[in-house]
Design a protein around this ligand. Structure first.
Ligand code: SAH
Ligand code: SF4
Length: 360
């Protein structure tokens, strides 16, 4: 890395698109350590040595969409479909609350029928009620109308995750069928912000056909939309998907993808500074300590899975998802130990809002 660029990242200066690209192209171990350390310093400056947790509840794998990369796409008939009952969801939210997780993420496949939108609204209200309004609620249930986003917000959800998946419109079309619209998805992100949600988006990293220029476009997209939260993780092959069939020779290059994902996390932290960045489960799928490495590269949020283990094997967005059989409790004790070992403290019983959102 040349000394000028090094100085820039160590001082936390503004980065231009050419800088972003040069950082994403770094390969040498010494340079990568300088990058991760600069990003971690930026995290310390804006967030401190703190990690926020969200209990992830994957409440339904029924999906009306057909994204080419996803294991629970509508066209995959090998998946056993489920939707948890309100009692099952509430029990999991209560567990998260008792463990002091402070907030939950309700994630599912995408449906826009009235039964579903009413169901989600009701669940949000109930979670608020049983936790005396204390549990924060993030939704991740795909593209919806403004009216639905407003209803869910009024019921008590205050954050929403909707990954753009690929910031470049042309690249987006290679990952989705023709009736999935980049434009609509981008509009949804704008609508979510207008409704008052802390809004999160992100992309997969290491997709077949993805270039460094695509990743720079992703970073510029995050800034353009002025997002509060970013969630990114490696793309992991699921054999029963069109993307796996279309690229039979595409191998999971674990080391390469792990480094690419860590670089993206670090550069996002340096570029956007005060946003929440998730260290995702998909990182852990590549390497046992993947989530800790994500934190050390600048991420500050971890989403432990609190979904009952009996449902987990049916919510395989990708293969080799970690913790499919783990009891949630053991996962928590383990996580505490792991974060302790890298000098990070868990923020219990807080929503862990994005400092970027609080400023505005
Ligand atoms: N249906 C909602 C939420 C569930 S999918 C939605 O699509 O927004 C949540 C995320 O899983 C997606 O945004 C996608 O980025 C990720 N995902 C899907 N398939 C994946 C794969 N094969 N590898 C890694 N991440 C994947
Ligand atoms: Fe459905 Fe989300 Fe998977 Fe797309 S990524 S197929 S919307 S669950």
């Amino acid at each position: 890395m040349d000394s000028l660029l090094r100085k820039k990242i160590e001082n936390g200066d503004e980065l231009c698109p050419a800088d972003l690209k040069r950082l994403l192209l770094l390969e040498n171990q010494e340079d990568l350590q300088i990058l991760y350390q600069a990003a971690y310093k930026m995290k310390l400056r804006h967030i401190g040595n703190k990690v926020s947790l969200r209990g992830l509840i994957e409440f339904s794998n029924i999906c009306t969409k057909n994204c080419y990369y996803c294991g629970i796409r509508k066209g995959n008939h090998a998946v056993q479909r489920y939707c948890m009952t309100p009692d099952e969801i509430l029990a999991e939210a209560e567990t998260a609350w008792k463990w002091g997780l402070g907030s939950v993420v309700l994630q599912s496949g995408e449906r826009s029928d009235r039964d579903f939108t009413d169901f989600v609204e009701q669940i949000v209200r109930e979670i608020k009620r049983i936790s005396n309004g204390e549990l924060g609620i993030t939704l991740s249930c795909g593209e919806q109308s403004e009216e639905v986003y407003r209803r869910w917000f009024e019921a008590g959800a205050h954050r929403y995750l909707l990954r753009i998946e690929a910031g470049d419109p042309e690249f987006y079309t290679t990952l989705h069928p023709a009736d999935h619209s980049y434009h609509d998805r981008k509009q949804c992100l704008k609508t979510l912000k207008r409704c008052g949600y802390q809004t999160g988006s992100g992309v997969m990293i290491g997709l077949p056909g993805q270039t460094v220029d695509h990743l720079v476009t992703d970073l510029l997209f995050f800034r353009e939309l002025d997002l509060d939260m970013i969630g990114m993780g490696p793309y992991i092959i699921h054999k029963d998907t069109p993307l796996a069939v279309q690229f039979p020779d595409f191998q999971q290059k674990t080391e390469f993808q792990l480094t690419a994902a860590l670089k993206m996390i670090a550069v996002t932290r340096l570029f956007l500074k005060d946003v929440n960045i998730a260290s995702t489960t998909a990182l852990q799928a590549l390497r046992d300590d993947g989530r800790e490495l994500g934190i050390q590269a600048g991420a500050n949020v971890i989403m432990p899975n609190v979904t009952d283990t009996s449902f987990r094997s049916s919510y395989q967005l990708y293969q080799g998802k970690p913790g499919v059989n783990d009891a949630p409790e053991s996962g928590m004790t383990d996580l505490k130990k792991r974060l302790d070992a890298i000098g990070e403290t868990i923020l219990f019983n807080t929503w862990g809002d994005s400092p970027h959102f609080r400023k505005y």
